[in-house]
Design a protein around this ligand. Structure first.
Ligand code: OXD
Ligand code: MN
Length: 582
């Protein structure tokens, strides 16, 4: 089915290396899905759930030591270490190929190799990227079926001469001491060994669509970002598209699937993507965004009809549940699902479980993999080849005290500074005690496939080329008062901040200038139907100069890590912030 001679030759080489008993060429058909599921049910790799209640749904349990991305085992393998930069783990490509090649050698004996051609992006779009993943896991094949456009459609698009990313995955022994997630941007190659966890093994997602794609974007003049994309239709019928970068566990999927509060009639929100945006400059001089994925790989604990009804609707059918509780009704349950737990069940480790068990039944990073087309609020344009035009970019994190609910940067360069200094606090403390701060520029710290100092420079250069750039904002849903209580209700009410963002984009509100940027003037936030004390609003929008001076010191320390290649413009932005703070 794959006609591309370069691809065929590479696949032959990888077959010689891994020595599988069988090779299956994946075509993406429904018949193939049924066949693979049957086999996985037989081997226990998958468990079929109640098909009346959850049609097309299955359950999978990972190995106990293999439940999340392993950043310390994730490497960027460039010939020169400085090309990976100070924030990435680096390995020399020759050393990496030989060390991990020895692990792949014969690793698929007694197993089947599945050959998955896949597309990241929309079929037929000039902006898509093609990959081929070779894997020994049916779980991977079935996840890739949901998360990407794969099989025949991708092989056809690959044709005989398209470039493609070479992805090789083997579960190996699932031994954390023999686990490596390797990226070779200079060879457009990804090697993943020893894991079965989604973020490590669905090579189209973090590995290709962020790490490799960020490198390609740098070379080709576009941006691959860890961003949701959402369309907000105002009561006048006009839709504004917004992209937003938030670190993990800061509510990207919830924001992408926001339900407007009843007190904001006339608003409609549409999802374009919940995790990754590829951003290009359109011929109209605006920035256009595509969601390169075809599904969601979302966190389950805490997801309920209350927090995200659209995600709940999305996973009613054709969904892979990973590491949740299996109930006696042959359905699934997780902590924070919003329904009573079953009296007994089987936990994510495969053990008998009751609500009195000391450990949670679902792993805190339990996941659902569901097709985006199942989501009742997908934007009508979510599969447009050119994407959607972005009017605003949001950067956000968890800051208990510092950042106001929303503020706008002064321009693209300042906005890049705001993104580069993004940070999130750990959430362990329920009181006002500040958590541990982790800087996560543009939420890309674990996902930037090249030197991050150059990535910042790339952002600045892109800004010079976009004739009508999006406005850049910072949001913080997590500000707390002195008693440690959240000041803002969050969830659907976040639309109030988005409304202000949209009104800024339309030039309808002037805001209040502060040393850090423009915050809403007291009467500019739509608070209809919200029961908030005026003191809470004041605190939410306040800019504490002393706290920001301390922040400036911490930013200076962070910037110092990046060495000579760090853009001076960002140091100049820091100096300007200090001047404005007085
Ligand atoms: C993540 C994810 O880890 O999206 O960021 O899975
Ligand atoms: Mn993510």
């Amino acid at each position: 089915m794959i006609r591309n001679p370069e691809a065929r030759q590479w696949i032959e080489e990888m077959i010689s290396l891994c020595k599988p008993d069988n090779v299956v060429w994946i075509d993406g058909s429904d018949e193939e899905r049924r066949r693979l599921e049957e086999e996985a049910f037989r081997t226990g790799e998958l468990h079929q759930l109640d098909q009346q209640k959850l049609p097309g749904c299955v359950l999978h349990r990972t190995a106990h030591n293999d439940v999340a991305r392993t950043e310390h085992l994730t490497f960027i393998c460039t010939r020169r270490q400085e090309d990976a930069g100070p924030t990435n783990n680096w390995m020399d490509p020759q050393e990496a190929y030989s060390k991990v090649g020895a692990m792949f050698d014969g690793s698929m004996k007694g197993r089947t190799m599945y050959v998955i051609p896949f597309i990241m992006g929309v079929p037929g779009s000039p902006f898509n990227k093609i990959g081929i993943e070779l894997t020994d896991s049916i779980y991977v094949v079935l996840n890739m079926r949901i998360m990407t456009r794969m099989g025949k459609v991708a092989a056809d698009e690959l044709g005989t001469d398209r470039e493609f990313t070479k992805g090789l995955h083997c579960r190996g022994e699932l031994d954390i001491n023999r686990r490596y997630i390797l990226h070779f941007p200079e060879d457009n190659t990804i090697w993943s060994y020893g894991s079965g966890y989604g973020g490590n093994v669905l090579l189209g997602k973090k590995c290709l669509a962020l790490r490799i794609a960020s490198y390609l974007g740098w070379q080709e003049g576009w941006l691959a970002e860890h961003m949701l994309i959402v369309g907000v239709q105002s009561p006048d019928g006009e839709t504004t598209y917004i992209a937003g970068a938030f670190p993990s566990a800061c509510g990207k999927t919830n924001l992408a699937m926001l339900v407007p509060p009843e007190s904001m009639p006339g608003y409609k929100v549409f999802t374009v993507g919940d995790d990754i945006a590829w951003l290009r400059i359109g011929s109209d001089g605006r920035l256009w965004a595509v969601n390169p994925e075809a599904g969601f790989f979302g966190v389950l604990p805490g997801t309920s009809y209350k927090t995200n009804p659209n995600a709940m609707e999305t996973m009613k059918r054709d969904t892979i549940f990973t590491n949740v509780v299996l109930t006696p009704e042959n359905t699934v349950w997780w902590e924070g699902m919003g329904v009573d737990p079953p009296a007994r069940g089987i936990d994510w480790k495969g053990n008998e479980w009751t609500p009195d068990s000391p450990e949670p039944g679902a792993h805190p990073n339990a996941r659902f993999t569901a097709p985006a087309r199942n989501c009742p609020m997908m934007d009508p344009r979510w599969e447009d080849a050119a994407g959607v035009p972005i009017s605003a970019i949001l950067f956000g994190g968890r800051r208990a005290r510092l950042a106001p609910l929303v503020y706008e940067s002064l321009d693209w360069e300042h906005g890049t500074f705001v993104g580069a200094t993004m940070a999130s606090e750990t959430t362990a403390a329920a009181t006002a005690a500040a958590g541990v701060l982790r800087r996560d520029p543009m939420a890309m710290l674990p996902f930037c496939g090249y030197n991050m100092a150059r990535y910042f420079r790339h952002w600045l250069e892109m800004g010079k080329k976009i004739a009508s750039p999006p406005r850049i904002f910072h949001v913080n849903w997590f500000k707390r008062n002195a008693q440690g209580e959240f000041l803002w209700p969050g969830f659907g009410d976040n639309l109030r901040a988005l409304e202000w963002v949209i009104r800024r984009c339309r030039g309808e509100v002037s805001g209040t200038e502060t040393p850090i940027g423009v915050v809403p003037a007291a009467d500019e936030l739509n608070l209809n139907g919200l029961d908030l004390e005026p003191e809470a609003i004041r605190e939410l929008l306040a800019v504490d100069r002393d706290a920001w001076r301390e922040e400036a010191d911490s930013i200076e320390e962070f910037f110092a890590k990046f060495g000579e290649e760090f853009p001076q413009e960002l140091n100049a932005q820091l100096a300007a912030l200090r001047r404005r703070l007085g």
